[in-house]
Design a protein around this ligand. Structure first.
Ligand SMILES: Nc1ncnc2c1ncn2[C@@H]1O[C@H](COP(=O)(O)OP(=O)(O)O)[C@@H](O)[C@H]1O
Ligand SMILES: Nc1ccn([C@@H]2O[C@H](COP(=O)(O)OP(=O)(O)O)[C@@H](O)[C@H]2O)c(=O)n1
Length: 203
């Protein structure tokens, strides 16, 4: 069984997916971490983030480890996970994610993982796992999302809100909800409330 949980930036995808996956006793998979890892490696190599031929040669040692407690991304034996949520990576990741060659590489990594799993990102329900029987799409207003993320980042709320809105704009192409996804406005709900809404729907 595959459950897909897509949504806009900082809508709660990874926290909700982790909670749902733990309740189901299956791994969850964070596709955004792979786009973030490509971006980090590109930045560290001084590569042009809009040039797939500069990025693809960096990717053969990259591997996603979908642990139930939180996903990790490895570059050979180096754990990249702690460096993937910086403002620097946030600023470049949508450029990388717009490249069809990079999307193909990410999709292949994800489709190679064994089910059952919970997959979260932008296009899990539309493109990567279109036949998944259970699809969800999380939303919340930009202000609510910025307030949540401000608890995790040093920047102030207006700066975070502007960056989130800009990333949503750049990610529009791959961010449409699947026609058969249940859309959940997480704004009025607690994290546990969102997790319970999904688990109730699955039962
Ligand atoms: N419904 C909710 N109510 C309050 N906080 C939430 C809710 N959903 C998520 N959060 C918090 O918002 C932050 C962003 O969630 P995260 O899972 O990182 O989102 P995404 O994976 O979509 O970027 C986290 O600190 C998370 O705990
Ligand atoms: N399935 C996906 C997942 C992420 N992404 C890209 O990767 C970036 C980071 O995704 P993420 O899910 O880690 O970001 P947050 O929403 O957690 O901030 C997004 O802004 C998109 O550019 C994508 O294009 N498709």
């Amino acid at each position: 069984m595959i459950v897909t949980i897509d949504g806009v930036a900082a809508s709660g995808k990874s926290s909700v997916s982790s909670g749902v996956a733990q309740a189901l006793g299956v791994p969850y998979v964070s596709s955004g971490l792979l786009y973030r890892a490509v971006t980090l490696l590109g930045l560290n190599a001084g590569a042009d983030l809009a040039d797939p031929s500069a990025l693809l040669p960096l990717l053969s040692p990259v591997r996603l480890e979908p642990l139930a407690s939180g996903n990790r991304v490895w570059n050979a034996d180096h754990d990249l996970s702690a460096d993937l949520h910086s403002t620097r990576v946030d600023g470049g990741v949508s450029t990388v994610a717009a490249l069809p060659e990079i999307r193909e590489w990410v999709d292949a990594q994800l489709r190679a993982l064994p089910a059952p799993l919970v997959a979260e990102g932008r296009d899990m329900g539309t493109n990567v796992f279109p036949h998944a029987p259970h699809k969800f799409y999380l939303t919340a207003s930009p202000r609510v999302r910025a307030e949540r993320r401000a608890r995790e980042r040093p920047e102030d709320i207006p700066a975070i809100e502007a960056a989130l809105t800009e990333r949503d704009r750049q990610d529009t192409t791959q961010s449409a909800p699947a026609p058969d996804a249940r859309i959940i406005d997480t704004g009025p709900l607690t994290l546990q409330g969102v997790i319970d809404t999904i688990l109730n729907d699955l039962r």
